[in-house]
Design a protein around this ligand. Structure first.
Ligand code: BGC
Length: 749
């Protein structure tokens, strides 16, 4: 995780030496992380934060200079980081530098596709590469630690933070989590902080921050595996979650942070609270005051408190004095934080080279990686009559429509702050550049920009709130869009959610296309011009009408800095889409939650008719994604007809590209246990591989299915179960794969 190899003994000795000289107040300071909240001039902080934008940063500087702030977040300018670092180093008696954290979610300066999009690549290699680039940029400006990856499984797309994670599946989620940790913590990188432990994705009603009730069975089988994978990949940090988990605030759960995280998984990094989550223990009606809130969190295993102002951990010296928190507990927490600083090389060189930071941020290789990531993450949902790829050789005109087609800020998506809009390529820019001079490209916004009913927390950072051009006349503009579409050889409509409609505090009660975008799509299709719909989104949207009437639909997500260039590569067939859905795509909001890995129940023949007014099947299944290649799956073999409980079978299948273009495919393996001591899901993803297949070529793909893949947490046994049974396996291109095999697992006699 650091650029230099670390001598652990030497580090431990230095940390011990520092600890031996620290007072309880200095120790509490090391366990306190402050936002440094400098808003752009004239901006007002969100009222819910309850802070004074002038006083807050000043107070933090004073705390730094008194040695009462061991860590800061929300600074990205290397000169500012050096200035604040100097205040820390020179301010505290022992010269301990501050650790700088930041939400490096999908890039710092070079913005990659949003995390749900990266997960849709099903490609650990590009995911790792992306976070390694992000880490390199972050470390160059002086950031030591990312509050990422978000590895919360999300099965309710009303929850806005589904965009930050890897979707509904624990196996895909675990692979994506581990790849991100490896990327962040690659040589020269930064500390990865998987979050939010645990269960945050299951907020009641999809409403952000609301309580979560999850059975043991769901926690261990579904919500925990990505965290465990992140820990096993060596994550240096874990962040807590805001909400109550089964009636107890997650941020004060000894079970989560000590019994599961440390004692069961062997986590040896440090834990940080989510923002203000320790103070919130009072808000939740859990702790009577800040002193007890701090004492209970630190005892549960939350090493560091993230706070805006007035941290609860400032009261830890009182808790030590009155015996509520033994000083050894405090020492152990501080030791973990100091070790993290030592491993980042901070005790030797706390400053950054501002000139080098500029060079790293400008590295063209980073932009190229972002473009490649955007190409690999797009999902081709529909392609009737092979409308895509477009033939640039025969086209003479393209109409590009929709407000999102030319919005730089929306192209890069939510959870970015240090972006460069000037270098962001929109879909319109990308199509114009790829089409060249010979093809006419006309643009019409078509319909008004839509705003949220309640503004976004993130709008205070400026540049977020979209608006229509001066004098915008919706009816005249729609008519103009129809004219532009009618006059073109092909129409490309970009529709979806504006980026501030998804992310933290961006939950929704509906999944419809906001505003009049569906009207625009219908009007364009009615012109008879072949139409491509590009969906810009971080959650599934109600596309029932387009899925029947628009011949080609490509999900481009929020594709990042180079998004438009990548989209043009896909539209014109430079590369084939190969992304696959990391969630089940519902038809309508009323079906939520809907997962592919449900169990079988009474009248399974009516599974598709559980509602009388709408099919209870997805619009697009989990794992779905089309290609410009044509894939067939044949010849599934299981190497042994039967194995013992601890045995492993090898499953192979052949994937053939019968099409005429090279393309990648993600071959997926699903497992089902026919009977046992619990009923198991109809199918569960247990393996996947992205393979590039030339036209006419066949590739053999191999998976192993052993105890690790077959075991599951049993609610009543309160332990892992491994059943003798008959197991079905399917291999194919999505969760409806029909190429089947089976094997027996027998108990040892
Ligand atoms: C979010 C975290 C984030 C933190 C710092 C919180 O509101 O829940 O995911 O890392 O803010 O920005």
């Amino acid at each position: 995780m650091t650029s230099e190899p670390v001598d652990h003994q030497h580090t431990a000795a230095r940390v011990d030496e520092l600890l031996s000289r620290m007072t309880p107040a200095e120790k509490a300071g090391q366990l306190t992380q402050y936002f440094y909240f400098k808003l752009p001039a004239g901006a007002q902080p969100d009222a819910a934060l309850g802070i004074d934008p002038d006083a807050q940063p000043r107070a933090v500087e004073e705390a730094l200079a008194r040695g009462e702030a061991g860590s800061l977040l929300f600074v990205t300018d290397p000169a500012e980081i050096n200035r604040l670092q100097r205040l820390a180093v020179e301010g505290n008696r022992l010269g301990i530098p501050a650790l700088f954290g930041f939400d490096v979610i999908h890039g710092l300066r070079t913005i990659f596709p949003v995390p749900i999009a990266m997960a849709a690549s099903w490609d650990p290699e590009i995911i790792e590469r992306g976070q390694a680039v992000a880490a390199r940029e972050a470390r160059a400006v002086g950031i030591h630690w990312a509050f990422a990856p978000m590895v919360d499984v999300a099965r309710d797309p009303r929850w806005g933070r589904i965009v930050e994670g890897a979707g509904e599946d624990p196996v895909l989620g675990a692979a994506v989590a581990a790849a991100q940790v490896r990327g962040f913590q690659s040589p020269g990188g930064i500390i990865a902080g998987p979050k939010h432990f645990g269960g945050y994705g299951a907020a009641l009603g999809g409403r952000d921050y609301d309580e979560v009730h999850l059975s043991d069975e769901e926690l261990w089988n579904v919500y925990f595996p990505p965290f465990q994978a992140a820990v096993e990949a060596g994550a240096g940090n874990v962040m807590t979650a805001y909400m109550d988990l089964n009636g107890v605030p997650a941020s004060a759960s000894h079970w989560l942070f000590t019994q599961v995280l440390r004692d069961t998984w062997g986590f040896d990094g440090f834990v940080v609270s989510d923002a203000n989550a320790v103070r919130n223990l009072v808000t939740h009606g859990f702790a009577p005051d800040l002193t007890e809130a701090g004492a209970r969190a630190v005892t549960a295993g939350v090493d560091m408190e993230m706070a805006m102002t007035d941290p609860a951990y400032a009261h830890l010296p009182d808790a030590v004095r009155d015996g509520t928190v033994p000083e050894e507990v405090l020492d152990q927490r501080v030791r973990r934080v100091l070790e993290a600083k030592a491993r980042q090389g901070l005790l030797d060189d706390p400053y950054v080279d501002e000139e080098r930071a500029r060079e790293v941020l400008a590295d063209p290789a980073h932009r190229e990686a972002a473009r490649e990531a955007a190409r690999r993450s797009a999902v081709l949902l529909r392609n009737e009559g092979d409308l895509l790829p477009l033939d640039a050789g025969t086209l003479t005109s393209i109409a590009v429509l929709g407000p999102l087609a030319d919005s730089r800020r929306d192209t890069i998506g939510p959870w970015v702050f240090d972006y460069d809009l000037d270098e962001t390529v929109t879909v319109l820019d990308g199509i114009r550049a790829a089409a060249g001079d010979r093809v006419r490209v006309d643009y019409a916004q078509g319909v008004p920009v839509v705003s949220r009913t309640f503004p976004s927390l993130f709008d205070m950072f400026g540049g977020n709130t979209p608006s229509d051009p001066e004098g915008f006349d919706p009816e005249a503009e729609l008519a103009r869009a129809v004219e532009v579409a009618a006059a073109a050889d092909v129409a490309v409509v970009v529709a979806g959610e504006w980026q501030n409609m998804i992310g933290e505090a961006a939950s929704r009660s509906s999944i419809e296309l906001p505003g009049r975008q569906l009207e625009l799509i219908r009007a364009v299709v009615a012109t008879g011009t072949p139409t491509v719909l590009l969906v810009m989104n971080g959650r599934p949207l109600d596309l029932r009408w387009p899925a029947e009437h628009v011949p080609a639909i490509l999900d481009i997500w929020y594709p990042g800095s180079q998004g438009g260039a990548a989209v043009a590569d896909l539209l014109f067939g430079t590369v084939s889409p190969a992304g696959k859905l990391p969630f089940t795509w519902p038809r309508t909001v009323g079906q939520i939650p809907m997962i592919y890995s449900h169990t079988r129940s009474h009248e399974p023949e009516n599974q598709a008719r559980r509602y009388w007014d709408e099919a209870s099947t997805p619009l697009f299944p989990f794992g779905h994604g089309l290609s410009y290649g044509r894939f067939t799956y044949t010849d599934l073999t299981v190497d042994q007809p039967g194995v013992d409980l601890d045995g492993t079978v090898t499953v192979t299948a052949e994937v053939t590209n019968t099409g005429d273009r090279e393309a990648a495919d993600v071959v997926q393996l699903y497992l089902h246990q026919r009977h046992g001591t619990a009923s198991r899901p109809v199918r569960e993803l247990k393996g996947f591989q992205r393979v590039v297949v030339a036209p006419g070529e066949s590739r053999r793909v191999t998976f192993t299915v052993g105890p690790q893949q077959r075991r599951y947490w049993h609610t009543y046994a309160r332990d892992w179960a491994l059943d003798p049974s008959t197991f079905d396996v399917w291999v194919g291109g999505d969760c409806t794969a029909d190429l089947h095999g089976s094997f027996e697992v027998v108990a040892k006699s």
